[in-house]
Design a protein around this ligand. Structure first.
Ligand SMILES: [Zn+2]
Length: 117
């Protein structure tokens, strides 16, 4: 029997360091990467059990193009196509010949708690 009570699947809390909304079960904040739990096994639980989606891409503003602004928007939809989350995770500008790379990953963690209804 574990000394750590299993959290409810999908339950969230606010990271005390960066104020991002994260899973209550997180041992390391996925946003600021501060350690949040130091109990036995916390380090191991911080590693995802699977990364079923990871997309990386790079954009470069052509040298002969004008300066441009960008917004990075992430949308999550359920099986019915209804939008359940939409966040702007970053904005910025690109000068001619400048580039930015972007990575989106979905990390899965096994849980033993009950799913909320
Ligand atoms: Zn954080």
């Amino acid at each position: 029997m574990s000394a750590v009570r299993a959290p409810l699947a999908g339950k969230t809390r606010t990271c005390p360091h960066c104020k991002a909304t994260i899973l209550e079960s997180a041992a390391i904040c996925p946003a600021c990467q501060h350690h949040l739990r130091f109990d036995k096994g916390a380090e191991e639980r911080a590693r995802p059990d699977a990364v079923p989606l990871r997309v990386e891409g790079l954009i470069r503003q052509p040298s002969n193009a004008p300066m441009a602004e960008y917004s990075v928007v992430v949308t999550i939809r359920n099986a019915e196509g209804e939008e359940i989350a939409r966040k702007v995770v970053g904005v910025g500008a690109l000068r001619p010949d400048e580039e930015r790379s972007f990575t989106l990953s979905v990390e899965l963690f096994k849980v033993s708690g009950l799913a909320p209804r």
